[in-house]
Design a protein around this ligand. Structure first.
Ligand code: RNT
Ligand code: ZN
Length: 418
């Protein structure tokens, strides 16, 4: 266990060191406190949901591994989220998928869901200090197939349009209830394994479906559209590609969701931030970690996440960026996966907040590129961890690796008994 006084002492030294560069660590801590991360409910149960506990995951996504202790019902999932949140500094959000409704043991099809199926979530969230976000679910359903909102069969397309409309109404009810907008993400898996000779037609159908879905205006929810490069079994073509949604979002004032696993592996997602901020209302992030492909590994403090967070802080428009996580690792302790990924994301934002941006910009303006590079490079070895530890201490959560023991205990007492 780290001693509180040691944390304080280290913080005081770090504060002095940063002050010399013109960075106010107290201000950075205040800013970090305001950053809410939307925890994705689906890490707790490998994207199973409560619609049908025997459902197999489809739609080109996969949770690999069979670590014991996955949440099997709503109570277990809620308990796990609370456990994870107790080890994460700050106040956060919870991102629900439509298949996680409180259906009371009855099968409710996707074109029948209503706000009442999420009432207990709304109450629970309020009681436990979470704001809710929401997602429509196109996958793991008999009508999922290869195409949903872009399906040429009007019956199937209608079913998914109805589902997505209902999801927006549910998100609106959530936003109203919590007195703050609910961010609703729309991702569909539509695509094809092999070459298609109808690229335009499916995209035209998707555009039409979206126009119909978005026809109702709401005040308490925000619409996001999530693009993707490819999925398993949909390697050749994805209807909702980045170009498609970027165009749709820019034209129709919709938020584009950037999932960090949904691009070519060498593509910089960080570089997209400044462009989106100029042409779309806000940004939604699905922070993930792709390894060789969209593998949804637990988010880490790596260069990709750091670059992304720094770009957001540098833009000065944090309030226009919604941050959510999106990974599902079934091979390790799932609560641990939440804690590592959320804390890693927060650390990346902290590093962004600790950048001596004034100094860097001045060097840049003066053409002093060696100096700019030197400060960026030395920044990596600045005592940011002392500021992070202070943040954890201030928020009454374990400092450093202290959370490992808590998670191990929860595993012994709770998840291993499932
Ligand atoms: C899939 C998308 C999507 C899902 C969640 C479960 O590739 O990233 O966001 O992961 O909706
Ligand atoms: Zn995603």
């Amino acid at each position: 266990m780290v001693n509180n006084q040691t944390v304080q002492k280290a913080y005081d030294l770090a504060k002095e060191r940063y002050a010399a560069l013109g960075v106010d660590t107290d201000a950075a801590l205040k800013q970090l406190q305001k950053i809410a991360i939307s925890l994705h409910c689906w890490q707790a149960d490998d994207v199973t949901g409560f619609e049908n506990p025997d459902a197999t995951l489809s739609g080109g996504i996969q949770a690999t591994g069979n670590y014991p202790g996955k949440a099997r019902n709503i109570e277990e999932l809620r308990a796990d989220i609370l456990k994870a949140a107790s080890l994460i500094p700050g106040k956060h959000r919870l991102n629900l998928h439509a298949i996680y409704g409180d259906f009371g043991g009855v099968f409710v099809d996707r074109d029948q869901i209503e706000p009442k199926h999420f009432e207990s979530w709304m109450k629970w969230a309020k009681e436990n200090g979470f704001m809710l976000d929401f997602n429509s679910t196109s996958f793991s359903h008999p009508l999922s197939g290869e195409l949903t909102l872009a399906n040429p069969d009007p019956k199937i397309r209608k079913f998914w349009i109805e589902h997505t409309k209902r999801c927006r109404a549910i998100a609106e009810a959530m936003g109203k209830y919590q007195g703050s907008p609910c961010v609703m993400n729309l991702w569909i898996h539509d695509g094809s394994k092999d070459q298609t000779v109808n690229r335009l037609e499916y995209r035209r159908l998707l555009k039409e479906s979206l126009d119909e879905i978005f026809a109702t205006k709401y005040d308490n929810m925000k619409d996001c559209i999530e693009a993707k490069l490819f999925g398993i079994g949909a390697e050749s073509y994805t209807v909702g590609s980045y170009d498609f949604y970027l165009g749709y979002g820019a034209k129709n004032n919709k938020i584009v969701t950037l999932d960090t696993g949904h691009f070519h592996l060498t593509e910089s997602i960080a570089d997209k931030i400044s462009s989106l901020l100029l042409f779309t209302p806000e940004i939604m992030l699905h922070v993930s970690r792709p390894i060789r492909w969209d593998s949804d590994h637990v988010t880490l403090m790596n260069d990709d996440t750091l670059d992304l967070a720094k770009e957001i802080v540098r833009s000065g428009q944090m309030d226009r960026v919604n941050i959510g996580l999106d990974y599902f690792d079934a091979s390790i302790n799932r609560i641990g996966a939440y804690v590592i990924g959320t804390r890693a994301t927060q650390k990346c934002f902290l590093l962004g907040l600790l950048e001596p941006i004034k100094m860097l910009r001045q060097y840049e303006a003066e053409g002093k590129y060696f100096e700019r590079l030197a400060v960026l490079e030395e920044g990596k070895a600045m005592p940011w961890h002392a500021v992070w530890d202070m943040f954890c201490l201030n928020n009454n959560v374990p400092v450093g690796e202290g959370y490992i023991a808590d998670i191990q205990k929860y595993e012994v007492d709770v998840t291993s008994k499932r």
